[in-house]
Design a protein around this ligand. Structure first.
Ligand SMILES: C[S@@+](CC[C@H](N)C(=O)[O-])C[C@H]1O[C@@H](n2cnc3c(N)ncnc32)[C@H](O)[C@@H]1O
Ligand SMILES: [Zn+2]
Length: 289
């Protein structure tokens, strides 16, 4: 897809769903005018040729680099996240059976998981938004060729109107419950994916073998989710993946644990010898009442 058609694809969806957006500066309504989303106070956010809109009010430095997101995308292409995406799509179908639904993926990174879930939801009428604070991530997401509305923005100041979404997705990303609840409809569903204790444990074992970071607990995150949502449910998903050499390289590159870490030669050697990678997730679901 060339650059113009990515913008046109965004414009077509934005035209249909322009009234879902709300200005992150003054919180007034927005409309699509001449390739810009413009609010009632004239704050204007232009649509990038790369197929997204940038709502960030200040520049943001992130530990997540372009190469990390590219490696995440290649890892997704190697079908490492397929079981997770199947299960999340099943949860959406089970918990929100309406023919027409609106979904926000908050903290969507480079969008591989959002796109995989969108495709699995089939022929339903879906308004799908993905937002992430990283412009690097969202510029990659804009390439996906699906009618997903990608935005660069902060999940603590979402550019969407109150009670806009039937489903709030939040995969391996931070949450801001008061802001999420503002944009979620009454009785809507939240689906949060958290890593389980075995998630990428082979990397942890090499890096943190003798420290407390070798093990990870998601208990506090789960407790907070339970405190905020009703009809709580949780589902554990555990599987493994045997990467070839290139896939292992991408898995190492996509892991925030390894960002900015100067690996010793012995650690690099141990990482290269890893044969199997464990994926361990918990899918938390609940409703806003
Ligand atoms: C581990 S990545 C997960 C990305 C994606 N959901 C996935 O599973 O592939 C965490 C993401 O949260 C995003 N993030 C962190 N703080 C954020 C914020 N305040 N607003 C929006 N996104 C944020 C990061 O930029 C990063 O893309
Ligand atoms: Zn405004």
């Amino acid at each position: 897809m060339n650059k113009l058609s990515k913008m046109d694809a965004f414009l077509a969806s934005a035209f249909k769903y322009q009234h879902t957006f709300q200005c992150p500066k003054c919180r007034s309504s927005m409309a699509l005018i001449n390739k810009n989303l413009i609010c009632e106070s004239n704050h204007s956010f232009d649509i990038s040729k790369k197929g997204y809109v940038n709502f960030l009010l200040a520049p943001h430095d992130s530990i997540y680099s372009k190469s990390l997101f590219q490696a995440r995308q290649k890892t997704a292409d190697a079908r490492v996240f397929h079981i997770l995406m199947d299960e999340v799509a099943d949860s959406i179908n089970r918990l929100c059976g309406k023919e027409s639904i609106s979904i926000l993926d908050a903290g969507c990174g480079e969008g591989s998981i959002s796109a995989g879930i969108y495709k699995r939801l089939g022929a339903r009428d879906i308004e799908f938004h993905g937002i992430d604070i990283s412009k690097e991530g969202i510029s990659i997401a804009g390439n996906c060729g699906l009618p997903i509305l990608w935005s660069v923005g902060d999940l603590s100041n979402l550019p969407y109107k109150n009670e806009a979404f039937d489903v709030m997705l939040n995969v391996l990303s931070p949450s801001n419950y008061s802001e999420f609840f503002r944009v979620m409809k009454e009785n809507s569903t939240m689906i949060k994916v958290v890593p389980g204790p075995g998630y990428l444990k082979e990397f942890r074992n090499v890096l943190f073998s003798s420290t407390s970071k070798a093990s990870y607990s998601n208990q506090k995150v789960k407790d907070l989710f339970k405190k905020n949502l009703s009809n709580f449910n949780s589902q554990k998903i555990q599987y493994s993946f045997s990467p070839d050499e290139l896939q292992l390289h991408d898995l190492i590159e996509m892991t925030p644990l390894l960002v900015d870490r100067n690996l010793e030669a012995a650690e690099k050697e141990k990482l290269k010898k890893i044969q199997t990678i464990s994926l361990d997730y918990e899918i938390l679901t609940g409703s806003k009442t």
